[in-house]
Design a binder for this molecule. Sequence first.
Ligand SMILES: *Cc1c(COP(=O)(O)O)cnc(C)c1O
Length: 461
Amino acid sequence: MNNNIKRSWAEPYKMKMVELLKMTTPAHRKKALAEAGYNTFLLRSEDVYIDLLTDSGTSAMSDQQWAGMMTGDEAYAGSRNYYHLEEVVRTIYGYKYLIPTHQGRGAENILSKILIKKGDIIPGNMYFTTTRLHQELAGGKFEDIIIDEAHDSESEFPFKGNVDLNKLEKLINKYGAKKIPYVSIATSVNMAGGQPISMKNLKELRALTKKHGIRIIHDMTRVAENAYFIQQREKGYEHKSIKQIVLEINSYTDGATMSAKKDALVNIGGFLAVNEWDVFEEARNMVVVYEGLHTYGGLAGRDMEAMAIGIGESVNDDHIKARVGQVIYLGERMIDYGVPIVKPIGGHGIFVDAKKFLPHIPQDNFPAQTLASEIYLDSGVRTMERGIVSAGRKANGENYYPKLELVRFTIPRRVYTQAHMDVIAESAGRVYEKRNKVKGLKMVYEPKYLRFFQAKFEKLS
Ligand SMILES: *Cc1c(COP(=O)(O)O)cnc(C)c1O
């Protein structure tokens, strides 16, 4: 009897077209990395073997999506693909009114301009770079109300994306509900490592905000991945489908901004969705200024069609199980090699703890930047720094010294195979074995804004 043999899952798709990868030699990578100033952002994509820089816009579309692109209705006004997308946003996401935008930040811009007045406070479960910037540009101030566990790489709490309701109540008491146009809630909190918020927490948050007449605006960029963690971890949801869970999550919120470049499986696109007619009317007017007419919002008809189909595929149970399953598989292989990673494993990537990996390198010599360089040198795998370089400088010119010094291995959706995951984990394992010999970096060029994109480094001898 073979009853003891486990039942593995595999990718729920097969390949019809492939993109050939360039295989590089160690000598080639050494040269390419030195030319890039030891900054993975400055590498040419051609010199990269497996690209884990981001999961944004890097998904593989399905044959159905590609076929849908051929049905693009490129009329300036009233494209049929807009109406298809509107119907999908209503039935799958449960929001009433749709305003398409070129990507997530386009929606953030419009929403922030409409809802935020100068001096307003916008509480949220951890900041996101573009979201916070648009809130600030509109005159608001972001306040972090995520639970403390989210800032602790050691904590294995299953819902590190949860809101600390006490922190929110304190803000309401201090500023008054009138100063808080909405609470900004992300599902699968990116900056915390893709950590989910629980349904229970969302329900409690809805009750509290309702009492004070405060909206909840949902950054739903990774809602399907969050739904998967609720299905796996939260009591009462184990038999619900991802589709049902996504609808329930959204039902506790009043509107959403979406970067469709993540969960929704397209290379470009996004939208703003709201339930209030007044807000919709203003947004529909404003989108004309910044993006394009309200029935295309900076997108081609074919882009909206690919998005409409991608949204449907993104809430399929088999898809999301394989998507998050691949990330978890990679994390577990890394743990096998002793590589220190942030736990629990999140939905869109593995975050390696560079302070623990390279304890002999002081933060001033950029342990995470160094580790990202070493991984590239070893195997051609491109990752990115999320540590002191990304954190930048304070107004007084001093460096921020963030608690977390991480290297992010972000997994594009449906792009790489399990064998690629093995290669990635082995590379991390190999660098870990020789970690004591790894030397840090010094910064030799520092741009003024968002320095992590363009800074250059040299190896310490
Ligand atoms: C990517 C992202 C955004 C911004 O979306 P863009 O499409 O890059 O403009 C906003 N919020 C979260 C959580 C994201 O991951």
